[in-house]
Design a protein around this ligand. Structure first.
Ligand code: ASP
Length: 595
């Protein structure tokens, strides 16, 4: 049983008690982080969100408080009134903000007791995530999680303040809405009053923000929840937060400049870091060629080179066959002499990723074209010359080669590159390296379905000069789309939008969406485009992922107060769960339980 607070008022946070307050009386409230009973004197580490302060219960100072303190256990909630004093010399704790002082307790109120906790709050020790999520309110008491969520708050404040100063209005858009295509499955909500009909939770506010532009608000933003029913990968969540942005009468350069300003302020406000702007840019094509990915980690070099031409006449069968089938050969030049075992391990690693293998050449101490390794005997003079020009290899360097379809080589060689970046410590610690990826293709060809799909989404504008290609060679059409990549993670993406009805209809038809279907799904947008739509475009950032990077966290679940597991469940509330038959009947639903 706890006592009442009475009219006691907290005077400051535990973690905020300062030396200037020595001699003053303070009233603190918080959780017992740890209790030490040293015979005569009881010490309590008292914790709140701002930190820890040491409280001393000394019978010589107040006998009653001292007696009561012996009942305290970890995680009890208490209020303490006492005097701030200097810590005796030699007992200071340099790890604590309050390490120079302590509070001598004159009065103790036990507000709430606690059961023994299922894991230690005051230690960084690893705890199984399922247990952390079941007792999330306890997990959130831990210092790291408190820091992460406080950082998240600072990040949100920074973004809001920047955007407001840039004239953006925060406008909410509905959650109960119609499906918007961002490429994932929808979460559906049955409508009770419209039996048999469903709302979709928004995968993003894409269409609403475009409608807000048509409505004349010209600069919109929202920190907004989005819902995507995907098979969850490591850093995905079924509901996640976007910084969603849209603006009118702008071009791509405006988007880049405004967003760079936002990132600059965000890093200044949260980490005190001053980012250099403008951020570098790579076209999609360059990024794929040099890094094999559209989310390149440009903190280190180790770029790949396409050597298909240099090896065009190769007699090495694996390469020759691949090239003949329309595949490519790419090479990575590693400035490090690997042992035979290193090379075997690397080959094995690539096979585990799904590659057919890595071939290699070692450059001798005399330099190129003095080479050894299994490929060396296949290299004609002509090829040595061509490879020398393409790769400029130095003495003692290793050349790695992979041959396959362009898609497979880019993906797998890209992953080998990232692996080597880590293994060889090529990534400078503490570096935040942004890069814009621009000029994405408008369309992707879906082999399985035999049709084109939108690479970004179907409202993305093609490049004006590529528009004629839409009829003749759709795969070559580039889009006014861009992504912002940070340290190898895509943190944001957007585009300038189509604002002409006829272009939108043309694109829908290329995507195999007929007039009737377009009307049914996006009729409201098509109609709105006929009532004076301004040129507009925007971007959305994955806020959770950004905060995760700022916090140096391993998982986005560590920067979300109440996340879901990889199986989209919440071990604390036990959602999702069955509902009773009355609720189902009200919604005109019947559950087909799998046999
Ligand atoms: N709605 C898009 C997304 O969520 C972003 C954008 O185009 O602004 O990916």
């Amino acid at each position: 049983m706890g006592e009442d607070l009475g009219n006691l008022k907290r005077s400051c946070y535990c973690g905020d008690v300062r030396r200037e307050q020595i001699g003053e009386e303070v009233t603190l409230m918080g959780w017992v982080n740890r209790r030490r009973d040293l015979g005569g004197v009881v010490f309590i580490d008292l914790r709140d969100r701002e930190g820890i302060v040491q409280v001393v219960f000394n019978p010589a100072f107040n006998l009653q408080a001292h007696q009561k303190a012996s009942a305290l256990r970890n995680e009890y909630v208490i209020a303490v009134k006492g005097k701030v004093i200097d810590r005796p010399q030699g007992t200071e704790n340099p790890d604590l903000k309050t390490g120079q002082l302590e509070v001598q307790a004159g009065e103790l109120i036990i507000l709430s007791e606690s059961n023994p906790v299922p894991f230690a709050i005051d230690e960084e020790a690893e705890v199984a995530e399922s247990l952390r999520l079941k007792y999330r309110y306890l997990d959130l008491r831990r210092a790291k999680m408190q820091r992460n969520l406080m950082l998240r708050d600072r990040a949100a404040q920074s973004v809001r303040s920047y955007l407001h100063h840039q004239g953006f209005l925060e406008i909410e858009t509905p959650f109960l809405t119609k499906s918007t295509p961002e490429g994932a499955r929808d979460y559906l909500v049955p409508s009770r009053v419209n039996p048999g009909q469903f709302y979709a939770l928004p995968q993003s506010p894409q269409l609403f923000k475009q409608l807000l532009m048509i409505a004349g608000f010209d600069r919109y933003f929202q920190l907004v929840k989005c819902f995507r029913d995907e098979d969850l990968r490591a850093d995905r969540q079924p509901e996640f937060t976007q910084i969603d942005i849209e603006m009118s009468f702008i071009d791509r350069e405006d988007v880049y400049a405004i967003m760079e300003g936002m990132m600059k302020k965000l890093f200044q406000d949260t980490l005190g870091l001053s980012l250099a702007t403008p951020f570098p840019r790579l076209t999609y094509e360059e990024s794929m060629a040099r890094y094999g990915a559209d989310n390149p980690d440009v903190r280190f070099g180790l770029e790949m080179t396409d050597v298909s031409k240099a090896l065009g006449n190769t007699t090495f069968k694996v390469f020759a066959d691949t090239l003949q089938r329309g595949g490519i050969v790419k090479a990575l030049k590693v400035q490090k002499d690997f042992s035979r075992k290193d090379l075997d391990d690397l080959n094995e690693f690539s096979r585990e990723l799904g590659a057919k293998g890595l071939a290699w050449l070692r450059v001798g101490p005399e330099g190129w074209p003095n080479i050894s390794g299994p490929l060396a005997k296949f290299m004609t003079e002509e090829e040595r010359l061509a490879l020398g020009i393409a790769l400029n290899p130095g003495p003692g360097e290793i050349l790695l080669f992979m041959a396959d379809s362009p898609k497979a080589v880019n993906d797998l060689m890209g992953r080998v590159r990232l692996h080597l970046g880590k293994k060889l410590n090529l990534i400078p610690p503490g570096l935040f390296q942004f890069v814009w990826i621009t000029d994405f293709p408008l369309l992707d060809y879906d082999e399985a379905e035999g049709r084109y799909t939108a690479k970004h989404h179907p409202f993305t504008s093609p490049m004006d000069e590529d528009l004629p290609l839409l009829a003749t060679d759709p795969a070559q059409v580039r889009a006014k789309a861009y992504d912002l990549v940070l340290n190898g993670s895509e943190v944001g993406g957007g585009s300038l939008r189509i604002y002409r009805r006829e272009v939108q209809s043309l694109l829908f038809s290329k995507l195999g969406i007929g007039e009737a279907e377009a009307k049914e799904k996006f009729g409201f947008l098509l109609e709105a485009l006929e009532y004076g739509a301004p040129p507009h475009g925007g971007i959305a950032f994955g806020f959770d992922r950004l905060v995760m990077i700022l916090a140096g966290a391993e998982s986005i679940r560590d920067v979300i107060a109440f996340p879901k597991t990889q199986k989209a469940t919440d071990p604390m509330t036990e959602a999702p769960s069955a509902v009773d038959s009355r609720q189902l009947a009200e919604l005109s639903l019947r559950v087909m339980v799998p046999k």
